[in-house]
Write a protein of this length. Structure first.
Lengths: 186, 533
């Protein structure tokens, strides 16, 4: 059971920041190269910018999730989601944009992890979970589940756990991206 | 009856001083010889005994006299189980075994269907005594150590009377009792769970009021506890099972008396937990339990230790329910006045976990300190997560538009950023306050980040390279280079793309040399910095 102290200690911010920044910068470089290579004329068109924005966003999420690794359920789910989207969007080119670390682990691993999460959550006492789901908190819990990646498969207890870690990582991501953006634009 | 009553008093007093084992065997001879001097030592005992005497007297006829006496003796003997731990001989047990049926017949009337008890040694004592037919009064009843112990013993007595059936448990409890420190036992008794209302005799109600006040914490539990699965569980249970006759209201009152540590048991059915984790949430939880589980005041089954015994209380409505065996006593300690079946225990554990995590989230989410309650907290958490995600999207959008410059500054950016992330860099979102950019809730609860925008520009750049001399040049150059670009950017967004598009070449030529110099120096500096890292 995670107690708050353990939760905070497990979030080693420095190494996480470093990994995140590394991955993200690499992704940004790739996107920049792609952008410079492909469209010199229509660089400022909204569609181009929007596409680039999507790529940057997914790169940010992917680098954040890979910085966290596969330790947390939400990072696994997020990586899986990004992979699926990338596969849909880019097909063969998908694996080029994958962060190196996550590419090594096969898809099956992630799937089994997510499956295990779902299975283990079923084994728990369903009664309490049902009462939470059906009660006044149930709607809010479902809202939270939509926000947190991979939250649908979790019971309330794990959901709160993952939410806490996710909030921490999101805050760090926002902070670092701010710095990068300022630095890049400055 | 009075003589017998007083005799029992004497017996208990004598047992205090004398050898308990001997008392069991030899007291009968002293039946008539005992003096009544010890009476005044035990006022509560006397009153309790009087109640004992009076209550059964009403129910029983002459034949029931012996039954009543045996009942009294049983109860007293329970009390003496404290001191007599470990001294009951097996012969007594067998003795008890033989006469079990007899006893049951005698006690069938006054007692409701008494639950099985894991009786303590005292029970054995009492059974041995009770099994003696006729009006023979086994004298080795209650070695009263004093008033505090009296009520407990009386409870034991009643439990013995009530619990004639669980011989196996009694033996088990006996053996386990032998190993228990009596002091601890009495402590456990006093602070133990609230008296459980079992189907015990209504005759002893009055007695319970007076005697079992301090004992009622244990009563309910003991009456209901079945197996002597744990020492601590059943020593009190065996002793006090019989006492669980009264309604819980009386038991609650009695809990506050005596040695009970938990004087607040009437109000908040929780007490010092052995686990002792979220004791505050217990009150909430117990109230929630009342709402969630109807069987709120079932007995507490899970007792791991005897010392900080949780109060077991059983509602009167629980009387009809069959008592449940203690569950999960290894891991979870059921709290006072709370259900003890495995489901409710598991539920309680989960609720504890959830509330613990909610507290942690409260620390994470800014501005949630005053918020109480899960619903509002969840709202805040949802809002915060949404705002963070929106910030990420906004920043990625910004990076998508600003991208052209990224190529040049990658190395420097990486090293600088790492450096910055280590230090407490006062981040200056000065680019974001421009009106052209969408009004973004940039800081979630911290709008104060917005004001110090422009002020921190120079300081920001100044703090980028506090150490490295090589990058000092780059640092000096960057403000000059960056300021015009920043101003341009800050003024209006549309200018940026034009800036890059039209003048990209010129800008690159203009600044590229400097930037490259910067980069060069930066990259030279970066290996050093990376080594530091």
């Amino acid at each position: 059971m995670m107690n708050p102290q353990r939760l905070s200690l497990s979030f080693s911010s420095t190494s996480y920041k470093y990994r995140f920044v590394q991955g993200f910068i690499r992704a940004l470089k790739r996107i920049n190269r792609q952008k410079l290579a492909t469209s010199l004329l229509s660089r400022s068109s909204p569609t181009e910018i929007y596409k680039r924005y999507l790529k940057v966003k997914s790169a940010a999420d992917a680098s954040m999730a890979s910085a966290v690794g596969l330790r947390r359920a939400w990072s696994r789910a997020l990586l899986q989601r990004i992979r699926d989207q990338e596969r849909i969007n880019f097909g063969n080119k998908y694996y080029k944009y994958c962060p190196a670390g996550t590419r090594i682990r096969g898809k099956s691993t992630t799937f089994t992890m997510i499956r295990n999460i779902k299975r283990s959550s079923d084994d728990r006492n369903c009664k309490d979970q049902e009462s939470i789901n059906n009660g006044a908190l149930g709607w809010k819990a479902n809202e939270l589940r939509k926000l947190v990646p991979g939250g649908e498969a979790m019971d309330m207890c794990n959901l709160l756990d993952e939410t806490a870690h996710y909030i921490k990582c999101l805050a760090t991501q926002v902070k670092l991206m701010k710095r990068i953006a300022d630095f890049a634009s400055a | 009856m009075e003589s017998a009553f007083k005799f029992m008093e004497m017996e208990s007093n004598e047992l205090n001083s004398s050898d308990p084992s001997q008392d069991c065997f030899f007291k009968p001879q002293n039946w008539d010889d005992s003096s009544l001097d010890h009476q005044q030592a035990c006022d509560p005992f006397e009153s309790a005994l009087s109640s004992i005497v009076s209550s059964p007297a009403a129910a029983n006829s002459g034949a029931g006299d012996g039954a009543m006496i045996r009942e009294l003796i049983g109860r007293l003997g329970n009390i003496c189980s404290n001191n007599n731990s470990g001294e009951i001989s097996p012969s007594q047990q067998s003795y008890n075994n033989n006469n079990n049926s007899t006893n049951t017949s005698c006690y069938g009337t006054p007692l409701n269907s008494p639950p099985k008890l894991s009786l303590s040694i005292a029970d054995h004592h009492i059974r041995a005594k009770l099994n003696v037919p006729g009006s023979y009064f086994p004298p080795s009843l209650v070695p009263l150590s004093g008033d505090p112990g009296f009520a407990e013993r009386a409870a034991k007595f009643s439990s013995l009377v009530n619990g004639q059936f669980g011989m196996n448990e009694a033996e088990f409890g006996y053996r386990s009792m032998a190993r228990v420190d009596p002091g601890k036992f009495s402590r456990g008794l006093s602070s133990g769970p609230g008296g459980r209302v079992s189907g015990s005799t209504p005759n002893s109600e009055k007695k319970d009021n007076q005697i079992s006040r301090s004992l009622t914490p244990e009563n309910g539990e003991f009456a209901d506890s079945r197996e002597g699965s744990s020492v601590s569980d059943h020593i009190p249970s065996g002793v006090f099972g019989g006492k669980a006759e009264n309604g819980n209201a009386k038991k609650r009152k009695s809990i506050s008396r005596g040695k009970a540590k938990e004087t607040n048991t009437p109000s908040s059915p929780k007490d010092a937990k052995v686990a002792g984790e979220t004791s505050e949430s217990d009150a909430k939880r117990s109230k929630k339990d009342g709402a969630s589980s109807s069987g709120n005041e079932k007995e507490n089954g899970g007792k791991a230790k005897a010392e900080s015994g949780d109060g077991n209380e059983k509602q009167t409505k629980e009387n009809s329910k069959p008592p449940e065996p203690p569950k999960d006593y290894i891991h979870v300690r059921a709290r006072r006045g709370q259900a003890t079946d495995s489901h409710s225990l598991a539920e309680r554990v989960r609720r504890e976990k959830i509330s613990e995590r909610m507290k942690f989230l409260q620390d994470l989410v800014p501005g949630c300190n005053k918020v109480t309650g899960k619903a509002v907290m969840l709202d805040e958490i949802i809002n915060y997560v949404q705002s963070l995600q929106r910030q990420v999207e906004f920043l990625s959008m910004k990076l998508a538009t600003v991208n052209p410059r990224m190529d040049f500054n990658m190395e420097a950016l990486l090293s600088k950023d790492i450096f910055q992330s280590r230090g407490s860099f006062p981040h200056a979102p000065y680019l974001l306050d421009s009106s052209s950019l969408p009004a973004f809730p940039f800081g979630y609860h911290h709008p104060q980040q917005m004001p110090p925008l422009h002020n921190t520009i120079s300081t920001a750049t100044g703090t980028q390279f506090p150490v490295n001399p090589l990058s000092a040049q780059a640092l000096h150059r960057t403000p000059s280079l960056q300021l015009p670009a920043m101003d341009g950017f800050a003024e209006s967004d549309p200018q940026v793309p034009t800036f890059f598009e039209d003048d990209l070449q010129s800008v690159v030529q203009m600044g590229f040399g400097q930037i490259q110099q910067q980069n060069f120096e930066g990259s030279m500096a970066s290996p050093q910095m990376k080594v530091e890292l």
